[in-house]
Design a protein around this ligand. Structure first.
Ligand SMILES: Cc1cc2nc3c(=O)[nH]c(=O)nc-3n(C[C@H](O)[C@H](O)[C@H](O)COP(=O)(O)O)c2cc1C
Ligand SMILES: Nc1ccn([C@@H]2O[C@H](COP(=O)(O)OP(=O)(O)O)[C@@H](O)[C@H]2O)c(=O)n1
Ligand SMILES: [Mg+2]
Length: 262
């Protein structure tokens, strides 16, 4: 089994640049819009030079694309930029709404046949049993997300989730993952004890969501390839936590670190 082909790079920018990104979005929406640094500076209560620097920071981080012209610049918020804004939005939802739930949609699909291998590795299997409270069926049910749901999945970042730690095998290191509690809905049927597992390292792009559960979901919900499903993501905590220990998840699988503040 080969190692990761893609890792989710940490492209975070500082809060000031993120504020500039929000203003760019508010002025012109997420599609291409003409921005002048002087006007952006006014909105940010900063100088024209500062506004210009913030746009450069956003461009370097891959959050905007720019085309500088004589009287300003055309700026477009990229998918990564939109994901960063959605992650912020998810934080505010968490702050002000009591029952945050995100609904993602997609269709059942076959994958690369590697899910079974990873799920049954002892270093992961022990953590699933302890932290999720069950032995998963060996494999991952792959869901091919709709375009809208690919964009929305970054909102999962604000939802409490169960961390699965990296571990050392005999010949290599296995990466960490994050498990989000979900309910899987297919037609009139639903299955509650499911987790969306987001590995830090994966061969899949973010249009694929992998689900694990105690049972084979294709049997439990009578699913075939291309069947439409809804994945309702809800806050969840570790089965073995003292009183519901969890960490704030990261839909991109980036390391989110400790949640405690000294
Ligand atoms: C718990 C878990 C850990 C994983 N760790 C790694 C890893 O360390 N390196 C890697 O290349 N892929 C890792 N993967 C991802 C697999 O390479 C692959 O993206 C995916 O699980 C394949 O699923 P599929 O067979 O359903 O398509 C991991 C997957 C899971 C479920
Ligand atoms: N809880 C689960 C996990 C996997 N599966 C299915 O079990 C098979 C093995 O999973 P896998 O991840 O190794 O295979 P692929 O997803 O790569 O096809 C696939 O057909 C999955 O769709 C399931 O129905 N329910
Ligand atoms: Mg799979």
């Amino acid at each position: 089994m080969s190692d990761a082909t893609a890792t989710n790079a940490d492209t975070d920018v500082d809060p000031a640049a993120l504020a500039a990104l929000k203003h760019v979005g508010l002025v012109g929406g997420l599609s291409e819009t003409k921005v002048s640094c002087a006007a952006l500076g006014d909105r940010l209560d900063a100088s024209t030079q500062t506004a210009s620097r913030r746009l450069q920071t956003l461009e370097s981080a891959g959050y905007v694309e720019r085309d500088v012209v004589s009287d300003g610049q055309w700026v477009r918020v990229t998918d990564a930029g939109e994901a960063a804004l959605r992650a912020e939005y998810a934080d505010y939802r968490r702050l002000f709404e009591s029952d945050v739930e995100i609904s993602l949609r997609g269709s059942v699909t076959g994958g690369m046949g590697e899910g079974r291998h990873y799920i049954t590795l002892p270093g992961y299997a022990e953590q699933f049993r302890e932290r999720l409270g069950y032995d998963p069926f060996p494999g991952t049910l792959n869901v091919d997300l709709t375009e809208e749901s690919v964009r929305r999945r970054s909102e999962m970042a604000g939802i409490d989730a169960v961390p699965i730690d990296a571990w050392e095998g005999e010949d290599r290191t296995y990466g960490a993952a994050t498990c989000y509690g979900v309910t899987l809905v297919a037609g009139d049927e639903r299955y509650e004890e499911v987790h969306a597992i987001v590995p830090d390292r994966t061969h899949h792009d973010d249009d694929q969501l992998e689900l694990i559960a105690p049972d084979r979901l294709r049997d439990a919900l009578d699913l075939d390839d291309d069947d439409q499903v809804e994945v309702r993501v809800e806050p969840t905590s570790r089965a073995d936590g003292p009183d519901g220990e969890a960490r704030e998840g990261d839909a991109d699988g980036n390391d989110v670190g400790e949640t405690e503040v000294a």
